[in-house]
Design a protein around this ligand. Structure first.
Ligand SMILES: C[S@@+](CC[C@H](N)C(=O)[O-])C[C@H]1O[C@@H](n2cnc3c(N)ncnc32)[C@H](O)[C@@H]1O
Length: 256
């Protein structure tokens, strides 16, 4: 039986190019907002760590504002893609490092910024990972977390998590805003700012990017079409299965 990390590596290791090309990952108002927050709060000499960097879109967005960016991911093909794409963009100050969020291979107080985008919903040890992120931040350093938000309404949330898991076996959980606030406080973060945006998901490219088997695609469509009206409305489910989720951004500071 495979561990969750092995499942994750199976899911992502053949999909690095698809994630580099994915419009959901390459674009989005969250990237522009992340750039503005970093430009205003982090000095140009700042060192950053991007945890669960995937194909590297957050690293690429922030690198022009920073002196060094460590792009960290457990998937070697993702890291190879980041290195190649960074070189193509002339971003020679992006360094790819293999590891997982739950154990960061850096001394205490190494970075001015620790960030992560669309990755935390895969982590089995989110509370431990946030403590690690706090440990490697310099006192007063900033944390930027971006991820799909869980729904505070339990019925809508159950449907969202069900279709996410059917599409991607490496899905763990989209956390709600209240869960994020509790986790951040517990890990030693303060001055938390939260923003969010609706993100339209095109069903066909969403399942193709993850190579979801046809049998599971059919199950997702069944869950969607059987969903009660309040779920269909909250997730704006369309006739072809396309729907809308919410992306949340949390900007916080390491307690001093
Ligand atoms: C959707 S991709 C990330 C997208 C990317 N950050 C961006 O901005 O486009 C999710 C990534 O999380 C990584 N991942 C999964 N489990 C992880 C863990 N425990 N620690 C760190 N990264 C993890 C996967 O290998 C995958 O590359």
């Amino acid at each position: 039986m495979r561990t969750h990390l092995q499942t994750n590596l199976d899911q992502y290791s053949t999909q690095a190019q698809a994630y580099l090309d994915s419009p959901v990952h390459a674009q989005g108002p969250d990237l522009a907002r992340a750039q503005a927050l970093v430009a205003q709060a982090i000095p140009a000499s700042g060192q950053a760590l991007d945890v669960g960097c995937g194909a590297g879109h957050l690293s690429f967005a922030l690198a022009p504002h920073l002196s060094h960016v460590v792009a960290l991911d457990p998937s070697p093909p993702m890291l190879a893609t980041v290195q190649q794409a960074a070189r193509a963009r002339g971003m020679h100050h992006i360094e790819a490092v293999p590891s997982s969020a739950e154990r960061l291979p850096f001394p205490d107080a190494s970075f001015e910024l620790v960030c992560s985008r669309y990755s935390a919903h895969h982590w089995t040890g989110l509370a431990q990972a946030l403590k690690e992120m706090r440990r490697v931040l310099k006192p007063g350093g900033h944390l930027l977390m971006i991820d799909v938000q869980g729904e505070e309404d339990a019925l809508v949330d159950s449907h969202l998590q069900a279709i996410e898991l059917l599409r991607d076996r490496s899905h763990v959980r989209n956390r709600t805003v209240s869960q994020w606030r509790a986790l951040l406080a517990d890990a030693g973060f303060a001055n938390v700012v939260h923003e969010s945006w609706p993100v339209h998901i095109d069903f066909s490219s969403w399942v193709t990017r993850m190579r979801t088997p046809a049998s599971r695609v059919a199950m997702i469509r069944e869950v969607q079409s059987d969903a009660p009206r309040e779920v269909q409305e909250a997730l704006a489910i369309e006739a072809d299965g396309s729907f809308t989720f919410t992306t949340g951004l949390f900007w916080a500071q390491a307690n001093v």
